[in-house]
Each structure stands twice: as C-alpha cells, then as structure tokens.
Write a protein of this length. Structure first.
Length: 206
C-alpha cells in the first residue's frame, strides 16, 4: 500500500504544501480540514520545535471538558479534564510526556484552558513507550482555532469535525502523518509520468 492509499483504520494527515500548516485528514472515504505544527512536519522532531512528527502512531485515549460538551459514544478510553490536569513537557522529569497534577516542580502544559483548544483531546502515542530524550511531548488531536492557525506540533480540527471523527477512532486506529506535502507529491507524480512517457518513446513513432 502506498502512503496515499486510504485505510479504514488509519487516519492519514497531509499538509497542502510546505508553505502552509493547513492540510487534510483522511479516514477511509471521509476527510476533514486540519492544521499541523508551525514548525512543519518533521521526521526528526525535538521538544520545542513546534513541528508535527512524521510517522505512524497509535491513538491512546480521550480527554474532554464535560462542562462544555457532551461526548458522543466513543471506543477509546475517555476521561473528563480537571482543573489540576497538566501534561509534563520537561525532558528532565520522570513524568515527561505524561498527564500530571499541576502545579508541580516541573514544566507542564495546562490541560484546563479557557480558549477551548483542549475541550476535546485525543492523545497520540508519540514518544511515550517509554518517553525518551527530548524528542517531543504532548502530541494530540485537538480543537483548532477559528482561522486554523498552526499548532505547536499537534493536529487540530474544528470542534464539529473532531466530534464527528472521535466515534470512528478505536484501539486499533493509527495516525499516519506524511512527511511529504500534497503539492510535492503531485509534482513528483507528474514528473514520474513524464519520465515514463519518455522511456516509452520509440523513434518509429516519429
């Protein structure tokens, strides 16, 4: 299967081009607008680079604000977010890339946010089995800003689209983030067709 083929249990994310964070997420025959990291899509992601990691990863669980939305029926484990939930982003900590109670002695991102971006969160199994080095933390599917502004490395969707997507995700669903944007892929495909046509050319066709 080529990386652009659809798979009913693989959520494929691809940016439109290297110049934009906007892209599309495809699951089977359905797709949704999304946005990726301000640092682009990288195969060598590190903590703080604001890049979305290229590759294929499992989806772990859901967190949601039960004071703001009603979660539809889902197949992934789910838990409401509390005011003291955080996600450790400090590589020096033994709790790096883990849900933690805040405040604590280490740097952590607050999960309880006023801007609504974490009203619904799907945890991506990136650098978590176990967390190592400074390869990045807190990679989620979450709610996008209204203008689909770039994220800090996550993949973000409109709330309506994310609510439509999460019931389709299960324990075997994987997230596949493509390193090559759609524009470069189409360009390469066009060049490949031209090369094949030239290889197939026969002088007797003159």
């Amino acid at each position: 299967m080529s990386p652009v083929d659809t798979d009913k249990d693989v959520l494929i994310v691809q940016a439109d081009s290297a110049e934009t964070s906007r892209g599309w997420a495809t699951l089977g025959d359905r797709r949704w607008r999304c946005t990726v990291g301000e640092g682009g899509v990288r195969e060598d992601k590190v903590e703080g680079d604001a890049a979305t990691p290229a590759g294929e990863y499992p989806l772990r669980r859901l967190y949601f604000r039960n004071d703001r939305l009603v979660l539809p029926k889902v197949r992934l484990p789910a838990r409401p977010i509390s005011e003291h939930d955080g996600w450790c982003d400090d590589p020096r900590s033994s709790t790096y890339n883990r849900l933690v109670h805040v405040p604590n002695d280490w740097s952590a991102e607050k999960m309880w946010r006023e801007d609504g971006l974490y009203d619904l969160v799907v945890v991506v199994g990136y650098n978590d089995d176990p967390p190592e080095g400074e390869w990045g933390s807190a990679i989620f599917l979450h709610v996008a800003r209204e203008d689909y502004a770039p994220t800090r490395g996550c993949v973000a969707f409109s709330l309506a689209d994310l609510l439509e997507l999460v019931p389709l995700l299960g324990p075997t669903t994987r997230l596949r983030v493509l390193a090559t944007p759609a524009s470069e892929q189409m360009s390469a495909a066009g060049e490949g067709a031209a090369t094949k046509a030239l290889a197939d050319f026969d002088e007797k066709d003159w």
